[in-house]
Design a protein around this ligand. Structure first.
Ligand SMILES: C[S@@+](CC[C@H](N)C(=O)[O-])C[C@H]1O[C@@H](n2cnc3c(N)ncnc32)[C@H](O)[C@@H]1O
Length: 542
């Protein structure tokens, strides 16, 4: 036979498989994930055909069949690796499962499956994979890494079951190194219909300030530094576009993400939306079966408009990251939390996780809320801000203040402050008014929170202190009532700390500041020393 004829001979299935396998492995080693998936897919299809053909022969060759099954198993495992790098976790998991059906202790597939399950927060299933992998002879060269995974799974499984998180050491180290690894956690909360709007998150038992309510990882985040040129508007737009692309990509590739996003409000007919089961958010939740709702890009955009959160905001603190960073993200379970101007929760951002804790004591059945915008401002300003969010706030405080602020005297105090009247005289008038109108308990806290800027200035200025002295209430009285009504806030805590710094801190004040600190930072900062280091404010700025 001539050489050209030989070249034109079609390849036998064995030769073709050999060629495809060689090419796919090369692409995998070059980290060309997309291309390697394509070639592995051709190989897998051909290999499956061959297995079917050979096993239907009159006298199937068992050795050949075993060899083909082994090749198929390895190819599935390698395709899973490439798919997982492309964040197609659903596809990758399916490939691992198929490979493990062929060989239940296949080392590579077990490790790949364990890693995917870990990133899907299915800690105990991931632990099973790594424990089995450790027993394999191939583990000997990777024992340290595998044991690392085993320990990590154990730690995260424990955290997610008990809610025992502690950020103290990381805080005390000055946030050195990577942010700590955190599990997802669902505390004493459930989703129910809310009187505020649509669905909301509710406490299932009495909880005290600082108690951790949930920890959840972002579907996607985008961070960057905003330039001062155009007040960061261009950078913000680019970041928003990247963020949307990331969410769309995740929703396309992962069925669970797709399903989670489809439970969120897109702003329309919120009161008709169903309250999802909490089990959906618990770590270890099974993959969702058939999805009957289509999520197109427009729907995702609307969902992000309503639900995405900015990391650094009035009710949130970002730990361990440069404050110049602007970050936006989507945290699904936290998205069920409505806004209130008398909130009872705050957020801490650590890496891609958000930790939500009670900022004051909460009763069983009470709705969990945090502030979407600054609640230490008067009703008129808050109304403007809620308008930009596309809703009219219907919280208890707004309802209370709607009545109060219709009084002529209240209007005069607000206008007076805007025109720069002495803050002490405004506070004096407000306190006198509250006495005459018989405003009690939380009502007082609401009003003081509304005029917080005036109290802040008065307590920060020696001139005001000398002039108004005992005619305006003492700092601790105002701080207590504001914290009780609208939850602990960093600025309120700062005023408290500053007032007592000059006079030397007594034990009682220190106790009080630590309690306020727990409301602001949460009980996840367990060591007092760590909390103190967060409370050690040097300045008296707003
Ligand atoms: C992040 S979602 C909160 C969960 C939402 N209620 C749901 O059912 O999915 C934000 C949306 O909830 C509604 N909302 C939140 N707080 C509110 C409030 N205090 N008063 C009225 N509507 C509120 C607004 O429609 C807002 O766009």
């Amino acid at each position: 036979m001539r050489e050209e004829d030989q070249l034109q001979q079609p390849l036998t299935p064995e030769e073709l498989m050999h060629e495809l396998r060689f090419k796919a492995t090369e692409l995998l080693l070059r980290e060309e994930w997309q291309e390697s998936v394509q070639v592995y897919t051709q190989f897998i299809n051909l290999c499956q055909d061959q297995i079917s053909v050979k096993s239907h022969q009159n006298h199937p060759d068992p050795d050949l069949l075993t060899k083909l099954q082994k090749s198929l198993c390895l190819a599935l495992s390698n395709r899973a690796e490439a798919l997982s790098r492309l964040r197609d976790l659903t596809g990758a998991l399916k490939d691992c499962d198929q490979a493990l059906e062929i060989e239940s202790t296949h080392f590579k597939s077990l490790v790949c499956k364990g890693r995917i399950l870990l990133s899907l927060n299915r800690y105990s299933m991931a632990l099973d994979c790594f424990k089995t992998a450790v027993l394999d002879p191939q583990a000997s060269g990777n024992l340290e890494t595998l044991n690392g995974y085993v320990q990590k799974c154990k730690k995260l499984e424990f955290q997610s079951r008990t809610g025992a998180f502690d950020l103290s050491d990381w805080i005390l180290s000055g946030f050195r190194g990577k942010s700590p690894e955190l599990a997802e956690y669902t505390g004493p909360v459930q989703i129910k219909r809310s009187e505020l709007s649509g669905r909301g998150l509710f406490a299932t038992k009495n909880i005290d300030a600082g108690t951790l309510l949930l920890v959840t990882k972002a579907i996607a985040t985008e961070r960057g530094i905003l330039s001062s040129e155009d007040s960061g508007e261009n950078a913000r737009l680019v970041m928003w576009k990247n963020f949307v692309d990331k969410v769309v990509d995740s929703a396309t590739k992962c069925e669970r993400t797709h399903h989670l996003i489809s439970t969120l409000s897109s702003g329309e007919d919120e009161d008709k939306l169903e309250a999802p089961e909490m089990s959906l958010f618990r770590p270890g939740a099974e993959e969702i079966g058939e999805l009957n709702e289509k999520l197109d890009k427009v729907k995702i955009l609307n969902v992000l408009d309503v639900n995405s959160l900015v990391e650094d905001s009035v009710s949130a603190k970002v730990l361990g990251r440069n404050s110049d960073y602007y970050g936006v993200g989507l945290w699904v379970l936290a998205s069920f939390i409505n806004h209130s101007c008398n909130p009872n929760a705050r957020r801490l951002h650590v890496g891609d996780h958000v930790l939500v804790h009670a900022s004051r004591d909460v009763k069983a059945g009470e709705e969990i809320t945090f502030a979407y915008f600054d609640m230490l401002s008067p009703l008129s300003k808050r109304n403007e801000m809620s308008k930009t969010w596309g809703f009219h706030c219907s919280c208890k405080r707004c309802k209370f203040e709607e009545e109060m602020c219709s009084k002529q005297e209240m209007k005069e105090i607000e206008i007076g402050l805007e025109r720069g009247i002495d803050v002490g005289s405004a506070i004096f008038r407000l306190e006198e008014g509250m006495r005459r109108w018989m405003v009690r308990g939380r009502g007082k806290g609401y009003m003081r929170a509304s005029f917080w800027a005036a109290y802040f200035e008065a307590y920060g200025s020696e001139k005001s202190a000398t002039r108004w002295g005992r005619r305006i209430p003492a700092v601790d009285i105002v701080v207590d009532s504001v914290a009780e009504a609208v939850g602990c806030d960093e600025r309120v805590l700062k005023v408290f700390m500053q007032a007592f710094k000059g006079n030397g801190v007594s034990l009682v004040d220190m106790e009080k500041s630590l309690k306020l600190g727990r409301g602001v930072h949460g009980k996840v900062v367990k060591k007092q020393q760590a909390l103190r280091s967060l409370l050690d404010f040097g300045t008296h700025d707003a």
